[in-house]
Design a protein. Structure first.
Length: 205
C-alpha cells in the first residue's frame, strides 16, 4: 500500500470513518460482500466508478433488495421513489468526487439524491474511490471536481452546459447545471458508518 493512501486511511479513522485498500475489482467485490448481509436493502448513488468496477452488476445478481436507479424506462416519479427509499436502506453504496489525504470527502451533486443519503439515513455508507481521486487539500478537491470531473460528467449526461465544450467550469447559471450541491464531509458522528474503499487505478472522473 502506498504510504500516502495509508496516511489517508489513518486520517479517515481519526474522523470516525473506516478506510480500506484493494488492488483489484475482484478484491473490491469480495470486500463489499463482507460488509453486506443477505436480504439487506441497498441503495446506490450515480457513479461511473461503480459501473466500471462491476459493483452495480454484482448487486443486481446478489441476494439483496437492490434499489436500482438504473433500471431502463424508469419514470421521474419512480426514480424519486427510489431516492426516498435510499434513506431507509441498510446500506448505501456510492462513489465520491474527491478525497483528501487528511480524510475528508468532497462531492458536487445536481439534485442532492446522492449526497443526501451519505449524510443521513442508511445505517452504513460504502464509498468506492479510485486512487486517482486522492488529493492534498480541500482546495485541490474543489478544483479537481469543478474543472475536471464535473465537465466530463456533464458531457456523459448529454447536458448542454457551457462547460462541456471547453472542458472546464465557468460557474454558469444554465438550467441544466449539475453543480448545485457542494458537500464536504469532514467527520462522522457514528464511528465507521462511512466506509471508504480505495481501489488502485483510475476510476470515474
Amino acid at each position: 500500500m502506498d504510504v500516502i493512501i495509508e496516511k489517508a486511511i489513518n486520517n479517515l479513522s481519526k474522523n470516525n470513518m473506516a478506510g480500506f485498500y484493494v488492488e483489484s475489482k475482484e478484491e473490491l467485490l469480495s470486500l463489499i460482500s463482507m460488509q453486506l448481509k443477505v436480504g439487506e436493502k441497498i441503495g446506490c448513488g450515480d457513479s461511473v466508478t461503480l459501473e466500471q468496477t462491476g459493483v452495480f452488476e454484482y448487486l443486481r445478481k446478489g441476494s439483496y433488495t437492490f434499489y436500482d436507479k438504473h433500471k431502463p424506462n424508469l419514470t421521474s416519479e419512480e426514480k424519486r421513489e427510489i431516492y426516498l427509499k435510499n434513506f431507509s436502506a441498510d446500506s448505501f453504496i456510492t462513489g465520491t468526487n474527491a478525497i483528501t489525504i487528511d480524510g475528508k470527502l468532497f462531492n458536487i451533486d445536481g439534485n442532492g439524491s446522492r449526497v443526501a443519503p451519505m449524510l443521513y439515513g442508511p445505517q452504513q455508507v460504502i464509498v468506492v474511490v479510485g486512487t486517482n481521486k486522492l488529493v492534498d487539500t480541500v482546495e485541490n478537491a474543489v478544483h479537481r471536481v469543478r474543472q475536471i470531473a464535473a465537465p466530463m460528467d456533464a458531457k456523459r449526461l448529454n447536458r448542454n452546459t457551457p462547460c462541456v465544450k471547453p472542458g472546464k467550469c465557468i460557474d454558469c447559471k444554465h438550467e441544466q447545471r449539475i453543480c448545485n450541491d457542494f458537500v464536504l464531509i469532514t467527520r462522522q458522528f457514528l464511528k465507521d458508518r462511512i466506509k471508504v474503499i480505495f481501489i488502485e487505478g483510475n476510476y470515474g472522473y
